[in-house]
Ligand binder design. Sequence first.
Ligand SMILES: Nc1nc2c(c(=O)[nH]1)N[C@H]1C(S)=C(S)[C@@H](COP(=O)(O)O)O[C@H]1N2
Ligand SMILES: [Mo]
Length: 426
Amino acid sequence: MTDQELEKAAANGLINRRHLLGLGLAGMGAAVANSALAADAGMLLEIPAWSKTPGPGASDYGGRSSYAGQFQRMSGAPNPTYPGGGASRSPLQHLQGTITPNGLHFERHHAGVPDIDPSQHKLVINGLVRQPLVFSYEDLLKYPMVSKIYFLECSGNSGALWGANGADAPDGTAQSIHGLVSCAEWTGIPLSTLLDEAGVEPEARWIGAVGADAASMGRSVPLDRAMDDVLVALYQNGEPVRPEQGYPMRLLVPGCEGNISVKWLTQVKLTREPSHFRDETSKYTDTQPDRLSRQFTFPMGTKSLITTPSGQMTLNRPGLYQITGIAWSGRGSIRRVEVSADGGQTWADALLDDQHSHKALARFRIPWQWSGGSAILQSRATDSLGNIQPTRTGLINEVGLLGRYHFHGIQSWGVNSAGEVRNVFA
Ligand SMILES: Nc1nc2c(c(=O)[nH]1)N[C@H]1C(S)=C(S)[C@@H](COP(=O)(O)O)O[C@H]1N2
Ligand SMILES: [Mo]
């Protein structure tokens, strides 16, 4: 970024990473000091009631403070013609950091959540193997495990931003538009360990993974990917995988469209060709402008979005705000996130929490001085392979509007002079 560009970004109120130590932190310091002064003037040396008597003692299962807000997942109304089908979305605008608490992890079910007794559940590995194997849950618990942080995103996430019906989701929130992404620490057995034990025949090229739900969800995964970083996940953020996430075990295919991370995993079959399951023919294909459909789109695109401020929030008065959001890439880690306050004319570098986790969410933050005028807030991610998040129109020009999966274009939050934030197509 040139100095001239930096100046322009600063003129729009964005306080660049390069400016942080000077202008940025000084500005933040001033704001904090002012509010401390104001609080000091009205401070009473009174001991609040909650400090005078002991509170309730220890409890068996923790919950959120009643003052911390009632945010929860957002699920659609049940559809009687699609029993158990549907999704619920993570409340992204209420979360910080990068890990999604288990009770707020998004869900996507094709036939509801099966009530699986792990002592009756089996995982079968068969097909092109030297020795077909059957594992019980107990057996699997004895295998060496690894713990890794990975995001999971449904390929239908952010679908409203295709705007295919002219609808621009003006009332959308980060949750309602983008809440089909979550991130957790998954603990499980590398699938390669189990496949090695079964002994993969040289002609095998794919696996077909099948779930034990009433949808019998099946998906094909290329063998080289299956042998790479794929897990049979048994734990989610330290506790057994939740029923909604696939208890007692799920496939977790890092970085890839959520659909292939088959939940309630019961079979892995080694095959020469993809199995062409229902969910990789009738659905989850990307129809191109020439009307041919691309069948297998695995890694999710390089993507970011601002979670605060975001849709349906209101900025109460001009002044200093912290813009924050999440970024991820199905192919690597996030190297850079830039933020614009003028609809993409000028950009400033946000600060990234520096875990640089592969195929996990990254958190970015940047201070912004809102002048009180209208603004269009955008974020743009770059991943470790140099892939840059496209604009919405750039993406649509490239892939057309016949497919409705894998939206990863830049999100625009319009701020009007009343401080109201809405989704806009910029
Ligand atoms: N067996 C089975 N696996 C499944 C599904 C399903 O309905 N049945 N849904 C898939 C889809 S479309 C997605 S996006 C992810 C969602 O995982 P989550 O519900 O844990 O967030 O699971 C995938 N695995
Ligand atoms: Mo999905």
